[in-house]
Design a protein around this ligand. Structure first.
Ligand code: C2O
Length: 504
């Protein structure tokens, strides 16, 4: 089956949080953007028409492996040129290898925080290895009262030398505040919870109802029951909820900011937002019911349902230190190993295609993109040391990865991470595509380089991506070059031409 979408971007005035009208990015003049459901193996074709007058755009399908179609991955100047105003780019690919909860979003600075995003569910008969009666998609985000370009101007500014991130005004759920979810008694729901925000992690819980985790980031897991989830931006959790056999009252659905991620917590910021799980519409709604003794589930201990074993010892280890600092212009930037990602003039995928044998030499990609070349099928380990004082959710395109270590403490005297603080690696490590690291802490992940393409690895806090917290993996350049489907289409060339990128 082919699902064809014809989408034109634009701006419109909407009141999303019930508090303030503001400009948002519309899809064919409407808001919000569509939520998509397809079956595994289907083809998705999106005609993305740039209806903005003064901004480029692009679309990324978060979590999809794009096996053989790296050129459809979306990040501008990585896999394609940015789409200029009035131009159209056609995303055209199948989804043979993904099933579960995903989303799509603009990959151009901050556009998705203005609303250019939607959920993407890929289904397959029997893929969820548990029984449930009904499925519900829950999209979480934070919301700002200013548009992102206004926020970026004051953020990337010498008057903001510490890089304090803009503070959102509200938490939203399915593009509204205080959602009402009408439930049936004695029913099992599969809630697909997707954080499409651009900055702050959220706690999520439902008053007096257990959440049984069965999926993270498109990976089905053994069941794990908890009171509360902690969801960073770009992460997804599917949970089973069994409703009560009693319709005498209604319950609170709670979201709460992880306020440790905010530089300052304004006194008027509501840290909680309440929505309603309604069994009985003739009974009163619950009042705000904040319970702070709940413990959230540590995703490190989740076990994939298919019990993929720990990959072999790595053939290649990439160690990156994360730091934030000012450059000479006084503006705060983010760094992997002292390099702040700066977009190249030409998409890196194009460079890989045109570099011939030199494509295996990381230096051909330039010194400002943090390029790492991976060999076919090798086991790659990324050791990420977060020397910064903030929490960061890191996302790898084109893969899920195993999580071997997290939260090993940084030793201030030896200036190293104390390896003694972790014991054995898990036998069946949790796998996902977006993982947080705590301040002054680290993580170690592994994956197999079995998906030729050019892939970003970056902090999914949009502010930090704008600050340059990204690196690029060029995976198996020979296969990239030899795979016909990896070849650039006429459409890729015309889009490049429209933004003045030379094309030989
Ligand atoms: Cu959700 Cu680089 O993306």
């Amino acid at each position: 089956t082919t699902h064809t979408f014809n989408w034109t971007t634009g701006w419109g005035m909407y009141n999303v949080d019930g508090v303030k009208d503001r400009e948002v990015i519309t899809c064919n003049g409407e808001f919000p953007w569509p939520d998509i459901k397809v079956n595994r193996g289907d083809r998705i074709v999106v005609y993305l028409n740039n209806g903005f007058t003064n901004a480029n755009t692009s679309l990324h399908f978060h979590g999809l492996f794009q096996n053989g179609t790296s050129q459809m991955d979306g990040p501008p100047l990585v896999s394609q040129c940015p789409i200029a105003p009035n131009d159209t780019f056609i995303y055209n690919f199948t989804v043979p290898d993904n099933v579960g909860s995903y989303w799509y979003h603009s990959h151009v600075s901050g556009q998705y925080q203005d609303g250019m995003r939607g959920t993407l569910i890929i289904e397959e008969e029997g893929a969820v290895p548990y029984d449930y009666d009904e499925e519900v998609v829950v999209q979480l985000s934070e919301w700002y009262h200013d548009t992102t370009d206004v926020l970026i101007n004051s953020f990337m500014n010498l008057y903001n030398p510490t890089g304090a991130e803009p503070i959102p005004q509200n938490l939203i759920i399915n593009n509204t505040m205080n959602l009402t979810w009408n439930v049936e008694p004695d029913t099992t729901y599969l809630l697909r919870i997707i954080n499409t925000g651009g900055f702050v992690s959220q706690y999520f819980w439902i008053e007096d109802h257990d959440l049984t985790v069965v999926e993270v980031d498109g990976v089905y897991t053994e069941q794990n029951t908890t009171d509360m989830l902690y969801i960073t931006v770009a992460q997804r959790y599917s949970v089973l909820i069994h409703t009560k056999n009693d319709t005498s009252r209604n319950y609170a659905i709670m979201q709460k900011f992880d306020d440790t991620m905010l530089d300052v917590v304004p006194s008027d910021l509501q840290l909680n937002a309440t929505s309603y799980m309604v069994y009985n519409s003739t009974t009163s709604l619950p009042s705000e019911n904040y319970v702070d003794e709940l413990d959230f589930l540590d995703d490190f201990y989740l076990v994939p349902y298919n019990k993929t074993e720990l990959f072999d010892e790595p053939d290649y280890t990439i160690t990156v230190d994360v730091a934030m600092d000012n450059l000479i212009n006084g503006v705060n930037y983010a760094f992997f190993n002292n390099i702040t990602y700066t977009t190249p003039k030409v998409p890196t995928l194009l460079t890989a295609l045109s570099a011939g044998k030199n494509a295996t030499d990381a230096t051909v990609y330039g010194s400002n993109i943090n390029a790492f070349v991976l060999e076919k099928d090798e086991v790659v380990e990324i050791v990420l040391n977060n020397l910064d004082s903030g929490t960061h959710p890191f996302h790898l395109h084109g893969h899920i990865f195993q999580v071997l270590v997290r939260d090993v403490e940084y030793d201030d005297t030896t200036h190293a991470f104390n390896a003694d603080n972790h014991t054995a690696f898990p036998e069946y490590p949790m796998m996902r595509d977006t993982l947080y690291v705590r301040p002054q802490s680290n993580f170690v992940i592994r994956f197999k380089a079995d998906n030729p393409g050019v892939w970003m690895f970056h902090c999914h806090i949009e502010w930090h991506l704008i600050q340059g917290l990204a690196l690029i993996l060029i995976e198996d350049p020979a296969s990239i070059q030899s795979t016909a489907s990896q070849q650039i289409t006429e459409n890729h060339k015309s889009v490049c031409k429209n933004v003045g990128v030379p094309y030989e």
